[in-house]
Write a protein that binds this ligand. Structure first.
Ligand code: NAD
Length: 249
């Protein structure tokens, strides 16, 4: 199968990292559906990426925490493009910036849902079309917070640790199929998500990066594009670092 026949879903596709990954996959020849809670932003991003060609990139409303919404978005995508080969789980939110002791249950749970439940729902929905297509790549956006546990970000850290473990389980479960499942654990990347952090939390995160800078969405996209490709053939269930030297494991 040529790459031009491949179809990618990018959740959070209107956001900084999702949009950069979609742009890169499109340059690589894939068609893409940008699933986002912000339907208008998803459509605008799709139009901008494809010059309005909705046979190349489409924006789709999806609440990736909601089973029915994920099913509807998948139907829309399959109706338009006929198949699904690549899933990038990029929808996310930082959640409450508060200590675990001070976090409200609702905000804590919402953060778990947007970052972790979403990965389960979208990955579960994607496996059958990928097996039908005979090729599948799932790429999950975790975070270094999931390895280290960031103070005052317990929900986010717990959710991202869950994404890392979920990736390991699914990678093993699907190892004998043509589907590979991997995740990326970035440190600070320059995107609108950073506006959800306090100045102090952001400065503390930046100070831990030996390269003394934030990463860029394009740097994430380069790694994601490789993980979405045929050349990622002997890696599954793995967590790939993107932290400017911060991660030590
Ligand atoms: N930016 C960073 O520093 C950084 C670092 C590590 C990991 N990450 C992870 O990378 C991913 C992308 O982050 P980003 O920086 O692009 O964030 P962003 O805020 O720019 O984009 C997130 C997107 O997710 C969408 N979204 C939120 N809730 C949703 C829902 N319920 N259903 C569908 N879409 C929803 C938002 O509308 C937005 O377009 C996230 O999972 C984030 O946790 C980011």
């Amino acid at each position: 199968m040529s790459v031009a026949q491949r179809v990618a879903v990018v959740t959070g596709g209107a956001g900084g990292i999702g949009r950069a990954i979609a742009a890169r996959l499109q340059r690589d020849g894939l068609r893409a559906a940008l699933w986002d809670l912000d339907a208008r932003a998803a459509r605008e991003a799709a139009d901008a990426l494809s010059n309005g060609r909705n046979d190349v990139v489409i924006g789709v409303h999806a609440d990736v925490t909601d089973e029915a919404s994920v099913a509807a978005a998948l139907n829309t995508t399959l109706d338009r493009f006929g198949a699904l080969h690549v899933l990038i789980n990029s929808a996310g939110t930082t959640g409450p910036i508060a200590t675990g002791a001070d976090s409200a249950l609702g905000a804590w749970q919402r953060c778990i849902d947007v970052n972790l439940r979403s990965v389960f729902l979208c990955s579960r929905a994607a496996v059958k079309p990928m097996l039908d297509a005979g090729f599948g790549r799932i790429v999950n956006l975790a975070s270094i917070a999931g390895k280290e546990g960031n103070p005052s970000m317990s929900a986010y850290s717990a959710a991202k640790a869950g994404v890392i473990a979920f990736t390991k389980s699914m990678g093993k479960e699907l190892a004998l199929t043509p589907v590979r499942v991997n995740c990326i654990a970035p440190a600070v990347i320059e995107t609108p998500l950073l506006q959800q952090m306090t100045d102090d939390a952001l400065a503390a995160s930046l100070a831990k990066i030996p390269m003394q800078r934030a990463g860029t969405a394009d740097e994430v996209a380069n790694l994601a594009a490789w993980l979405a490709s045929d050349t990622c053939s002997f890696s599954t269930g793995a967590t790939f670092d993107l932290s400017g030297g911060r991660a030590t494991y």
